[in-house]
Design a protein around this ligand. Structure first.
Ligand SMILES: [Zn+2]
Length: 292
């Protein structure tokens, strides 16, 4: 499922950037940039699904909810990929880690800045947390992630344990909250597409392709099939005026903003520079160029 979802999202993003959809000249994104946008759209959705599950299933949370949602989102990538850990999947993990690095490094307006008092970890911390879990998920094969991300040995040493701890927690919640086999699905997650903002370039095509990809429906279906949700919920793609996403626990609505997808697209322009510096560190076997 993961591969087809992913290729559909690529198609969406290709269309939103190709000059063929418009008469104005538009830079065409490279394949690795499209991978990046798709992977991070998926992770954003899964992070918010983490908030949804924490709230709706009343999961016990130790530590910050934002960290727990990141961990649930991380494990969601594995679940969506049906535990298929191929080179393409590993590259997806690096795409999400790289997003946090780019977010950390980019100059921000004061209202965009994440401060020490925030409920979210600092961008740099989320970058290292993600890199640590990615390496820890398969330390035998993913040692290159340490050098590619610059994860210090002092942290990397404990990452296999960190990953095992997160995997254990997710297994536990699956066992305790899984919908009993053979019982009907009581509540679903409805997917709603609002019109894109007029200011978003190729917004109509973006909407058409997201809808055609079926990705939002697939994630919603997976969640309602796996867990016994206590009420009907909503997943909405909409215009928010900011590159955001959130879960509203009162209304039971998960919002993913068109502007967030556009933000990934914008950040992806910096990927060649970042990848050039990383490629000095990564072993040839792990580079994207060698993927099928
Ligand atoms: Zn969050």
């Amino acid at each position: 499922m993961g591969a087809s979802l992913r290729s559909n999202l690529y198609a969406l993003l290709l269309l939103s950037t190709y000059a063929g959809a418009d008469t104005s000249p538009t830079p065409v994104l490279q394949a690795n940039q499209l991978h990046f946008i798709s992977a991070n759209a998926e992770f954003t959705l899964l992070h918010e699904m983490g908030h949804l599950l924490i709230s709706e299933l009343q999961l016990p949370v130790l530590g910050r909810e934002e960290d727990a949602a990141d961990q649930l989102g991380f494990m969601g990538l594995f679940l969506l990929a049906d535990k298929q850990r191929d080179r393409d999947f590993y590259a997806k993990l690096l795409d999400v880690a790289d997003y946090w690095r780019l977010e950390w490094q980019r100059p921000k307006q004061p209202d965009e800045e994440v401060y020490a008092w925030d409920s979210h970890g600092l961008d740099a911390q989320r970058f290292y947390n993600f890199a640590c879990l990615a390496y820890g998920s398969d330390p035998k094969h993913l040692e290159w992630i340490i050098s590619a991300t610059g994860l210090p040995d002092e942290r990397a040493f404990y990452c296999p344990e960190e990953y095992q701890q997160v995997a254990h927690a997710v297994n536990w919640l699956e066992q305790h909250f899984r919908r009993p086999a053979g019982t009907p699905i009581q509540h679903h997650i409805q997917v709603i597409y609002d019109p894109p903002p007029k200011s978003l370039r190729h917004g109509a095509q973006m909407l058409a392709k997201v809808r055609a990809s079926g990705e939002l429906e697939a994630v919603a279906k997976r969640a309602s099939e796996t867990f016994a949700l206590p009420r009907g919920l909503t997943l909405r793609l909409t215009s928010c005026g900011a590159a955001d996403a959130w879960y509203n626990r009162q209304s039971g609505e998960l919002t993913l903003c068109y502007e967030r997808l556009a933000h990934f697209q914008q950040l992806a322009q910096q990927l060649p520079r970042l990848r050039a510096s990383e490629s000095q560190q990564i072993s040839p076997a792990a580079t994207r160029q060698q993927q099928p």
